[in-house]
Write a protein that binds this ligand. Structure first.
Ligand code: DGL
Length: 273
């Protein structure tokens, strides 16, 4: 088995995995959620980098030639360092990809007002990864960010349809639009957020489009594998997906089954000593 590895701090990456499974039904995948240490959003650069590196190494040890960080916080804080400093030493033939660049690349087609809102974790927003990437590709687009520190904990705790979710989503969306009322495109810059989408839409002005990362990342991976046939050949194809969590698998199974709308049987994995 040489499955494509998909990593997130918890359940959020399942929103990306779900689109990957649809787009690549023949490929093998391993999903790893670091549920024991989630959320990453408020953690320091150093901690997110160390946790992410441990997860990437664990996925490599299970045979993945390619790992997708299906987590914006990990992509923002750890991806570049892993690509530049760790991969050449671990195995220069393997690859780690993130979710920020693909989400930015397609932005030009969406916004008419050239004002784009980004909602993300405190870590993703503080890293300035989105504004910096957008500035590189589309210097005419203005970006306005909002850190939504409570959204991931709400999702991780199955509270996504509760009154609490309404309260925090409304508060952050209103605050974002106070800063820039002419936003016409909103990037959901956290893979947990599609679960809150019905509530987000309730508080968004109706003309604002939302960009979800699952389909974007699946398209971008298809393009990557086309441009890198040597990597495409390395990825095994038995249509199998295995799930691992650093926490108790029972809770993971219940929640992940809700996320994916199908039964999940995860195994527990220790990624650190
Ligand atoms: N899904 C992660 C992201 O996309 C959540 C981060 C967290 O654990 O706080 O940023």
């Amino acid at each position: 088995m040489r499955p494509i590895g998909v990593f997130d701090s918890g359940y959020g990456g399942l929103t990306v995995l779900s689109d990957l499974l649809k787009k690549f039904p023949d490929n093998d995948f391993i999903y790893l959620g670091d549920n024991a240490r989630t959320p990453y959003g408020n953690r320091s650069f150093e901690v997110v980098y160390n946790y992410t590196l441990e997860a990437v190494k664990a996925l490599f040890n299970m045979g993945s030639p390619l790992v997708i960080l299906a987590c914006n916080t990990a992509s923002a804080k750890a991806l570049r360092t892993i690509q530049q400093n760790n991969l050449p030493l671990i195995d220069p033939e393997r690859r780690v990809l993130g979710v920020i660049r693909p989400s930015v690349e397609i932005l030009g087609e969406y916004t008419k007002t050239r004002v784009v809102g980004i909602v993300g974790t405190v870590g993703t927003v503080a890293s300035e990864s989105y504004p910096l990437e957008i500035e590189k590709l589309f210097p005419d687009i203005r970006t306005v960010q909002e850190a939504c520190s409570m959204w991931v904990p709400l999702v991780e705790n199955n509270e996504y349809f509760s009154e609490g979710s309404h309260y925090f989503v409304k508060k952050n969306i209103e605050h974002l639009f106070t800063k820039a009322p002419d936003i016409d495109t909103l990037i959901l810059g956290c893979t947990h957020y599609p679960l809150l989408l019905p509530i987000i839409k309730k508080y968004l002005p109706s003309h604002v489009q939302t960009l979800e990362q699952g389909p974007i990342v699946a398209e971008s991976l298809a393009d990557y594998l086309k441009r890198h046939p040597e990597m495409n050949k390395k990825c095994s194809r038995n249509g199998i997906c295995h799930f691992y969590t650093t926490e108790n698998p029972q809770k993971f199974n219940q929640t992940a089954s809700l996320f994916l709308n199908s039964e999940v049987e995860a195994r527990q994995l220790r990624v650190y000593d």
